[in-house]
Design a protein around this ligand. Sequence first.
Ligand code: B12
Length: 209
Amino acid sequence: MREELINAMVELEDDLVLNLVKDQLEKRDPLEIFEDLKTSLIKIGDLFEAEEYFLSDLIIAADTFKEASKLMEPYFTKKQDEVKGKILIGTVEGDMHDIGKNIIITLLRSEGFEVVDLGIDVSATEFLEAVKINHPNIVALSGLLTSSKEPMKKTIELIKKEYKDTEKLIFIVGGVAINEDWIKDIGANYGTTNAINGLKIINDAIKNF
Ligand code: B12
């Protein structure tokens, strides 16, 4: 079942992927389905890097993933009315990838967090202005390119310098290339390559407020 979905996605068979997702949503954990589609996208990225796939293929795959996400969204309904905390999120400057960001947003909202989404290609100044207006508990930065490390660092540094309530603010970063050194180098509190882990980190961090 899993292999069939992963293969259909890697082969860019969009109609088949959507039919399989519809069918499997009745039988499997939607989070597992997300992870399988993510596995496929990583394979597609590798094929792109190997010059076997083109940019147009990445675009098709991204569109299919977004369509599949729409089918999955109703399965992530809000579990409670009480708001657990406020999270400001965006993809950093120069980076247009937003599929992973949108997944973490869906999960956070279903867990009862209020999420302010700044979108993609968000500059450090735009993040700072949004922090001043929204006073979040957590600032979450997404970035998939290795070149996203610098804008993440710049954003965290600017907010720490210019925002008065910075001691209370938690910074979490997410993206496929993030590791322990990356997190330390940019001055973030936490980082992850995985939305489920990200959700756990945020749930734990919020308890200490
Ligand atoms: C789809 C895709 C695209 C789509 C993006 C569409 C969109 N709307 O997002 C398009 C076609 C636009 C694209 C463009 C480019 N891409 Co691209 N893309 C991908 C691909 C295949 C999949 C990414 C994806 O969506 N994965 C699925 C999601 C679910 O996973 P995720 O993003 O990692 O998110 C998860 C976690 O990281 C985490 N997470 C993410 N954000 C956050 C935030 C927080 C706070 C938390 C807690 C967690 C979290 O949770 C998510 C769920 O588990 C990757 C391959 C790969 N290995 O990742 C390449 C990849 C990222 N792209 C790459 C490249 C090179 C590009 C381009 C430069 C190509 C070009 N020549 O133009 C451009 C860059 C454009 C730009 N300025 O951003 C490279 C990056 C290489 C590098 N080392 O920097 C990759 C790795 C492909 C490769 N192997 O070469 N891309």
